[in-house]
Structures are given as structure tokens and as C-alpha cells.
Design a protein around this ligand. Structure first.
Ligand code: NDP
Length: 251
């Protein structure tokens, strides 16, 4: 087990599926079960099942329903954290989505707003809240799940790409703001990962969702989780500021 992960408290948003769920599993594995997790997402039933499994591996787990796009539920979520789980050592801002694959003019207001509210505003509010405690304790890791979409935009992704480049700019700035502290700020930018992401993006159309991964092998959620946990388990003086992770056949 990785000694520098043991006994840490790790908060993961969007832990009910895909990359977030894989990150939760990987932290437990790497810490040999000696870790505390706060698992948050909107689907509480999924979190309960994941929690049951992770507890069997020895982890302490608190699950909570959280909609990061809603300020009131963010406040209620932090207010209801049990005392053992309040000092967050690692924040993984993973909750996010793409909605619609249309030219910009065709994307509905509702989808534009939900993408920004979740991917950008939610991530910013979660970061701001957790940073306060980290600053008091002068320690902590913040991991933002960005995307290669935040580095290079593509047709059909105008709004989603804009949200992820906003994540990247915000993250660069806070890393510099916190440079004289022991808080590390890291970003991971995945290429295509096979999760429910594509299903959400195509409004539940499984055939279209599957087509995205035709002709090449996408990453698995665990491939991203491995990198996140590796980065967080470096010694304190090492900051892997940004990790860009592609499937080998993706341009
Ligand atoms: P999934 O759709 O499989 O998982 C998304 C997670 O986010 C779910 O747990 C979902 O849970 C949660 N979520 C969605 N909306 C909210 C919300 N408002 N509040 C709280 N949680 C929410 O997708 P991935 O695992 O693939 O995506 C995770 C992150 O990785 C996202 O930020 C995505 O942009 C990024 N990414 C994904 C890539 C890919 O190819 N898959 C590539 C690059 C980046 P629930 O519905 O229960 O709330």
C-alpha cells in the first residue's frame, strides 16, 4: 500500500459511475483499504452499492447525494459531512458531462446552462469551499478532471470544449495562487474513455453512443484512475500539474 495515501480523506464528485467510480476503487486499492472516502453524485442508490463494496475492502465511506450544479445542495452537502470526513485531503472534481453534439447554434439553452453549471460553476464552487479548509491546514491535493477538449476544440463540441478550457484556465490560476502553500493543484485531461459519458451525450441513444468508439480502442476508466492515484501519491515536493492521457490510436 502507498504510505502517503493511507488515512487520507478523499472527496470525489461524480463517483456513481465511470471515471469517478474507478478513481474511488483505485484509491482504496492503493491505500490497502486504509482510507476515508466521501462519494458524491446525484444517484444515491449507485453510491450505496459502491460504498458497500469498498467497505468490504476496509475503507471508511460516507456517501452523499450532491448536485454540483446547485448551490443549495452543495451547502447542504458540506453542512452534513460527518466530523471525521470534514478535513478533505484530496478533492477530485470529476462530475461533468457533454450534452448534444450539434453545431453551436442548435444547442439548446438548457443544455448550455447545464454544462456550464456542472462542469464549470460546480467545479469552481467545490474548489472554493474545499480550499478554505486546505489553506487552514496548509495541505491538500486538488485534482480537476478536465479533458483534451479543453486543449483543442472540435466541431460539435463548442460548448463542452468551452467548459473544459474554462476548467483549465481556472486551474492554472489557482495553482499559481497556491504556489507558496503545501496545496497541490493538478489536472488530468483524458481522451476518449468508454463510460456512460457517451450515452449521456447522445441523450440515452446506445447505438450512437457505441459508435463513438468504433475503429479504435478507447481508454478504460481505470486507466485514468491509475494516473490520478499515481499523481496524488508522489512525495509532497512533486506536482504533476497536468496529465494528458490519450488512447494510443486517438489523434
Ligand atoms: P459518466 O457519465 O460515466 O459519469 C459522470 C459522473 O458525473 C456520474 O457519476 C454522474 O453521476 C456525475 N454527475 C453528472 N452530473 C452531476 C451533477 N450535476 N452533480 C454531481 N454529479 C454529477 O462520465 P465519465 O466518467 O466519463 O466522466 C467523468 C468526467 O470525465 C467528466 O468531467 C467528463 O467531462 C470527463 N471526461 C470524460 C471523457 C470520456 O471520454 N469519457 C473524456 C474527457 C473527460 P449522477 O448522474 O449520479 O449525478
Amino acid at each position: 500500500a502507498q504510505a502517503n495515501l493511507e488515512q487520507k480523506t478523499v472527496l470525489i464528485t461524480g463517483a456513481s459511475a465511470g471515471i469517478g467510480e474507478a478513481i474511488a476503487r483505485e484509491f482504496v486499492e492503493a491505500a490497502g483499504g486504509n482510507i476515508r472516502l466521501v462519494l458524491a453524485a446525484r444517484r444515491a442508490d449507485r453510491l450505496a452499492e459502491l460504498s458497500r463494496q469498498l467497505k468490504q475492502s476496509g475503507a471508511q465511506v460516507h456517501t452523499a447525494q450532491l448536485d454540483v450544479s446547485d448551490r443549495a445542495t452543495i451547502d447542504a452537502f458540506f453542512a452534513a459531512l460527518p466530523s471525521d470526513y470534514r478535513d478533505i485531503d484530496v478533492l477530485v472534481n470529476n462530475a461533468g458531462k457533454a450534452l448534444g453534439v450539434e453545431h453551436a447554434g442548435n444547442i439548446r439553452d438548457k443544455d448550455v446552462e447545464e454544462m456550464f453549471a456542472t462542469n464549470v460553476l460546480g467545479l469552481i464552487k467545490m474548489t472554493q469551499t474545499v480550499i478554505r479548509g486546505m489553506k487552514e491546514r496548509n495541505s491538500g491535493d486538488i485534482v480537476q478532471v478536465g479533458s483534451i477538449a479543453g486543449i483543442e476544440s472540435y466541431p460539435g463540441g463548442s460548448i463542452y470544449c468551452a467548459t473544459k478550457s474554462a476548467v483549465r484556465s481556472f486551474t492554472q490560476a489557482i495553482r499559481k495562487e497556491l504556489i507558496s502553500t503545501k496545496i497541490r493543484v493538478m489536472e488530468i485531461d483524458p481522451g476518449a474513455v468508454e463510460t456512460e459519458f457517451s450515452l449521456v451525450r447522445f441523450g440515452g441513444d446506445a447505438t450512437k453512443a457505441k459508435k463513438v468508439y468504433e475503429g479504435y480502442e478507447p481508454l478504460k476508466a481505470k486507466d485514468i484512475a491509475d494516473v490520478v492515484v499515481f499523481n496524488c501519491s508522489r512525495r509532497a515536493n512533486v506536482v504533476v500539474a497536468e496529465s494528458v492521457v490519450f488512447p494510443s490510436a486517438q489523434a
